[in-house]
Structures are given as structure tokens and as C-alpha cells.
Design a protein around this ligand. Structure first.
Ligand SMILES: Cc1cc2nc3c(=O)[nH]c(=O)nc-3n(C[C@H](O)[C@H](O)[C@H](O)COP(=O)(O)OP(=O)(O)OC[C@H]3O[C@@H](n4cnc5c(N)ncnc54)[C@H](O)[C@@H]3O)c2cc1C
Length: 493
């Protein structure tokens, strides 16, 4: 009997907790006030949705998922979450592998995937894109007009997260980062109001959203500038891993050319733990010009090395983007650091690939794949961003490399080894860059790991301005208190 009473007591306590738990209250209210948009764990759609995040490291078990079909439904939902004091996460394409950034345990996951639509306005030459679209929805719509936008270099990531992290595109050296090409953000604020943020209206919020991620509101649509870029030259060249020193020499020459052609973009993936892949060089030239002279340093590699694969040629930009190789591995973590490229720094980094104990440790993971990605941003990209009104990132107008280490592995029991390995590799590269006086403070949000303080690195003045914008548009600090995941505004000292 005593045991029975104890069970009753426990049950009573549980049901009291359940009734008062803000996330459960919010889920019930969302389900009763907005028809058909709330997915509970008992719903057959729940598992498919919670496992939608690209990396398993980001899978969680929300109390419910709210999937608005219209912006009005979202406007109704946000005040319900605020009044219930329920924690929530916002997910567009779910491609950020950072735990808690785009999902949540014991809270509500707002899944933006039904807020779609890509509309090209021929007269204004702009494209309005719903935040729930993926880049693979956007480019095919633009093909018929032979235009493109500064957007993802891969089709699968979401539009929402990539733009709010200020994304790199193939058009960056010409027109700035992806966020620099946004003409208008349509945003639901904490009180449920819908505002536009652009150069004329809510200009401070417009600036803050260029790097501000999920700290100010939920963006429902982006208006992007379109460009008449369609037929281009480019593709992938794969070399054996042994060619790495020569590849890095070619890269330093290409990046440090004072007259670097902004139509020419590269990205290099060096597979350090799986040498069968070797080095994958992506070359993109934004005009239909065979073998453009800007890539001469890379073409000279062919005098000493045979390519394992070469897909370069004339094609459309959409076709090139469709080709980007993405290994399919269940668990992924990545980190990033930035520096000014020099031949000597690249040589030192080459030594890390060859000698770091962390590489050996990562090699021991089941099906572990480690990729170093070198991404170039020229001074012209930073200048173009300024011409478009500026962003919150605090970038220096110099040629820079956004260095990205990406580890993929299979089993959760290896999470810690992967995390420590990748952390120490990035620390080693960062220490070298500092020692050679080439370190840059910037941390690229879209490639950062959970323990990197991204917004802190935008610089004190920018952080203060971001805080002021937050206090103006979200005085209750809803997106700080109730949205715990992702890269948050630091507290002012
Ligand atoms: C295969 C692959 C290719 C990639 N290629 C590129 C590339 O070419 N260029 C580049 O810059 N990056 C690239 N990335 C990185 C990518 O930009 C980030 O992972 C980005 O966060 C993905 O966007 P998402 O909408 O899928 O993000 P999500 O995981 O859905 O969200 C990321 C963050 O943004 C917030 N957020 C998302 N939508 C909204 C919204 N509507 N309102 C407010 N906050 C929101 C979320 O809360 C979360 O914190 C790539 C990633 C992958 C996995």
C-alpha cells in the first residue's frame, strides 16, 4: 500500500509538473489555436522531422514541433511561446551541425520548411525567397531567366541559416558575402509583429541581421539582388594527396596577387585522414571563358601531377553547384579560424597535416573522415560589403583564408575524440597564424563549432551596436532568454 501511495504521489507530482511545464503549455496552446501546424511526439511525422537535421549531432527531442504554413500562423505562435515562457529553437534547412542551434530538448522546435517560395521580379531584378527554402529550390527557379544570386555553393543547405550567418558564395569577391546582397529582411519580432528591415526602414535592424543570426527575430523572407550570371567556366580537379605542397604554393600565389580577378573563385578540400580522396580543388570563373588566365598557378600543377579527376569546362552556375562533392557521414563537427594567406604559413600548416597527433587520433575513428577546407575571401569582398551598406562582422579589407576543419564519424561514443581532435587541430593552425603575425580575429559563423565565440569576435563596437538593436527590437530579450541555441550575443561588460 505504501508503495502504491508513493506511485500515486509521484504520478501527482509528474502531472503537476506536466501541467505547469511551459513547453507543454505552449504546445497545447499552439495545437488548439492554430489548426494542423503542431506535431506532437505521437504524430507519425515527428521522427522524420526530428531527424531532418543534417548531422546526427544536432538531433534532439523537442516537446513538439511547430510548422507554420503561413507567416500569420508564425505571428500568432511567437506571442504564445513568449506568454508561456517556453524555450524554442528555429530551424530553416537544419544544416548547422552545432548541437542545439536548430533543435531543442524540452522546448518547441519552429520548423520553417513550409515558408517557401522563390519569386524573381524581372522589372526590379530581385528575388524574394521564403526562409524555409533550400538553395536547391532557388537556383532551378532562376535558370529560366538566366540570372543568379549570391547564395550557397551547395544545393542542400537552407536559405535561412546560410544567409543569417552571412554566407560565402561564388559571387563573394565580386559582390560581397551573401548577407551583403540582401535588400530586405521580412521578420517576425518577439511581439508577433511583422516588419521589413532594409536601407530605408528599420535600417539598424537591417545592419544587425547581417551577421546577427537568430538574435533578433524569425526571418520569414529575404529579398536578394539578382545578377545576370549564368554561363560560366569551372569544375573540380582532384590531385593525389602528395601534391599538397604544390597546391598550397599555387594557392598562395593566386590569393596574394594584388590584381586578383574577382570573377575567379576557388575552394580546396584536403582529405587528411582518408588519403584515397586526395585534394579536391574547386575552380569557378563567373564568365564563359575557357581556362581563364586567373587560374594560371593552378593550371601549372598539371606539369608535375596527373589529375585523378577533372570536370572543369563550360557550364551553367547551377550545374556547377549541383556537382559539389559532399561525403555522406552521419555525425559531423567543424571548426574554423581565419588568417592572411602566405606561402610560409601554408608550408607550416602542411606540416600539421603530416605530423599532428590529432590527425592520427581522428584516423582511428570508425570511418572517420577529416577534411581541411581553404576558402578565400579577397579584400574586394569586404569592400563590396561596405558598398552595400556594411555588415556586423568587423572584417578587415585584406585577402584572407577562412580555414575550416571538418570531421565526420559514425558513432556517438566517438563524439569526444572527434571534438577534442578537431579542437586541437584548429588550435594548432591558429597558434601558427598568430606566431607568424597573420591571424585574423574573425570566426565565420557558418563553419564554427559550439565552443567558438563567434559574435564576440565581431569587435567591441559592433557588439555594443548589436546589443542596442536587440534592446530596441526585443526589449524583453526573448531571443536571448527563450532561444538558447545557436550563436548568441555576448553580454556587455
Ligand atoms: C553540405 C553543406 C554545404 C554548405 N555550403 C555552404 C556554403 O556554400 N556557404 C556558406 O556560407 N555556408 C555553407 N554551409 C554552412 C551553412 O551555411 C550553415 O550550416 C547554415 O547554418 C545552414 O543554413 P540552414 O538554414 O540549413 O541552417 P539551420 O541549421 O536551420 O539554422 C542555422 C542557425 O540559423 C538560425 N536560423 C535559421 N533560420 C532562421 C530564421 N528563419 N530566422 C532566424 N534564425 C534562423 C537557427 O536558429 C540556427 O541557429 C554548408 C553546410 C553544409 C552542411
Amino acid at each position: 500500500m505504501a508503495q502504491f501511495n508513493h506511485i500515486l504521489e509521484l504520478f501527482g507530482r509528474f502531472s503537476l509538473d506536466a501541467q505547469t511545464s511551459p513547453d507543454i503549455v505552449a504546445c497545447d496552446l499552439l495545437a488548439s489555436k492554430i489548426h494542423g501546424a503542431t506535431i506532437h511526439p505521437t504524430d507519425v511525422r515527428y521522427n522524420a522531422s526530428t531527424t531532418e537535421n543534417w548531422s546526427q549531432t544536432a538531433w534532439e527531442s523537442p516537446t513538439c514541433i511547430f510548422q507554420p504554413n503561413t507567416v500569420q500562423e508564425l505571428q500568432t505562435a511567437v506571442p504564445i511561446l513568449v506568454d508561456s515562457n517556453a524555450s524554442f529553437a528555429i530551424r530553416s534547412g537544419g544544416h548547422m551541425p552545432v548541437p542545439h542551434a536548430a533543435s531543442i530538448d524540452a522546448g518547441v522546435l519552429i520548423d520553417m520548411s513550409s515558408i517557401g517560395g522563390t519569386q524573381y521580379d524581372v522589372e526590379k531584378n530581385v528575388v524574394v525567397i521564403g526562409a524555409g527554402q533550400k538553395w536547391g529550390d532557388v537556383y532551378p527557379e532562376l535558370d529560366q531567366y538566366e540570372v543568379t544570386v549570391a547564395g550557397g555553393r551547395v544545393l542542400s543547405p537552407g536559405v535561412g541559416g546560410l544567409i543569417l550567418g552571412c554566407g560565402i558564395s561564388y559571387l563573394s569577391d565580386l559582390y560581397g558575402l551573401v548577407c551583403d546582397n540582401v535588400l530586405n529582411y521580412e521578420v517576425v519580432l518577439a511581439d508577433g509583429s511583422l516588419v521589413n528591415a532594409n536601407k530605408e526602414s528599420n535600417a539598424d535592424l537591417y545592419w544587425a541581421l547581417k551577421g546577427g543570426s537568430n538574435n533578433f527575430g524569425i526571418v520569414t523572407a529575404f529579398t536578394l539582388q539578382a545578377y545576370p550570371i549564368f554561363h560560366i567556366w569551372g569544375g573540380t580537379k582532384v590531385y593525389p594527396f602528395e601534391a599538397l605542397s604544390d597546391v598550397l604554393d599555387a594557392l598562395a600565389e593566386f590569393q596574394t596577387d594584388p590584381n586578383k580577378d574577382p570573377y575567379a573563385q576557388f575552394n580546396i578540400n584536403a582529405y587528411v585522414t582518408n588519403t584515397t580522396f586526395g585534394i579536391v580543388i574547386g575552380l569557378t570563373y563567373l564568365k564563359p571563358e575557357e581556362a581563364p588566365a586567373a587560374f594560371a598557378p593552378f593550371f601549372r600543377l598539371d606539369e608535375n601531377w596527373n589529375t585523378i579527376l577533372d570536370t572543369t569546362g563550360l557550364r551553367t552556375i547551377h550545374n556547377l553547384i549541383s556537382e559539389y562533392p559532399i561525403p555522406s557521414i552521419p555525425r559531423v563537427e567543424w571548426t574554423t579560424t581565419s588568417f592572411q594567406p602566405t606561402q610560409s604559413l601554408y608550408k607550416s600548416i602542411r606540416e600539421i597535416f603530416a605530423t599532428s597527433p590529432a590527425v592520427d587520433e581522428l584516423r582511428g575513428l570508425t570511418a572517420g573522415t577529416g577534411i581541411f577546407t581553404l576558402q578565400g575571401i579577397s579584400a574586394s569582398a569586404v569592400e563590396a560589403g561596405k558598398l552595400h551598406g556594411g555588415n556586423a562582422l568587423g572584417l578587415e579589407p585584406v585577402a584572407q583564408t577562412w580555414f575550416h576543419t571538418d570531421i565526420g564519424w559514425w558513432f556517438p561514443e566517438d563524439d569526444e575524440i572527434a571534438h577534442n581532435g578537431i579542437r586541437s587541430l584548429t588550435d594548432e593552425v591558429e597558434a601558427l597564424a598568430k606566431a607568424q603575425g597573420k591571424y585574423l580575429r574573425y570566426i565565420f559563423m557558418n563553419d564554427a563549432s559550439i565552443d567558438q565565440q563567434v559574435i564576440e569576435h565581431y569587435g567591441e563596437d559592433n557588439v555594443r551596436k548589436l546589443r542596442e538593436v536587440q534592446q530596441k527590437y526585443d526589449p524583453g530579450a526573448v531571443f536571448q532568454r527563450l532561444v538558447p541555441g545557436g550563436f548568441k550575443l555576448p553580454h556587455l561588460s
